[in-house]
Design a protein around this ligand. Sequence first.
Ligand code: KG4
Ligand code: ZN
Length: 319
Amino acid sequence: MLVLGIESSCDETGIAIYDSDKGLLAHTLHSQIELHSNYGGVVPELASRDHIKYIIPLIDQLLKDNSIAINSLDAIAYTSGPGLSGALLVGSSLAEALAFSLNIPSIPVHHLEGHLLSPMLEEDKPSFPFLALLVSGGHTQLIDVKNIGEYKILGDTLDDVAGEAFDKTAKLLGLGYPGGSALSELADKGTFKFELPKPLLKSHALNFSFSGLKTAVLTLVKKQEKLTNEVKADIAFAFQESITDVLVSKSIKALEETGYKSIVVSGGVGANKKLRDKLNSHSKKENFKVFFPKLEFCTDNGAMIALAGCLRAHLSSKK
Ligand code: KG4
Ligand code: ZN
């Protein structure tokens, strides 16, 4: 089965072709980061207009570059939400129209399902059931993944999400938008000079709370006589230590509670090297396996949507 995947929920137009037998055949992405960076955040109307501009040329080019005839597609999967409504509408209306004209099914995919199944794009795939740590710009969740479509949220954020905390801290330190990866690069140049709170680290619940951490960074920034690059790096270091310690400790708690031996990490913050290193080193000591998507599939992309659509279609054909 050949599935075209379309992702347009926010500021990336992602297109991919997934084959149920051969895996991911091709993918392409147009990022709008530059377009929005002048505004310090995503401008929804600009996002929709940019998706309109790129979505058809990207599909055409991908099919052409890979010598795939459009009428050999068996289904079209697209992100149905959550996301910016105008941006979602561009992807969904194109997917529905194309599926209708080709007389093939369209498969609406929940964006987060795409993220949490994305480690299954890799050769070394997790098998069900597993625990998922979903850390994106919109979510921080621990999810019990029993099977495709059988998900139970075990922990969620009470306020800010991890990606938002990274982005807001990056903004405070004068880094661009979205600041997650820039902050992480800066943190790697820093050393242990400051201690920041690790919210809810000791609590038994699996929930997260990051708004206090952001306020603590603000207070720390204000206290500095001179905000030199070195001081900024040390603040970024402390922030990254706190947030990754909390994410890792809650993940281990959730593994203990579920008794699962596998955890997948997905979403943009899953690209964070410190988080990956800490989870990898714990996995050796505590005997669990950790699965990450490739860095390019941590942030929004069409491949995860094509994959999730294909798995969904396979599931419903068995019913
Ligand atoms: O999954 P994603 O692309 O979009 C959503 O669905 O939200 O995640 C975007 C988030 C942003 O907040 C971005 O700053 C963060 O992921 N991010 C990172 C890194 N790369 C992206 N955060 C920390 N470290 C990174 N290396
Ligand atoms: Zn996402």
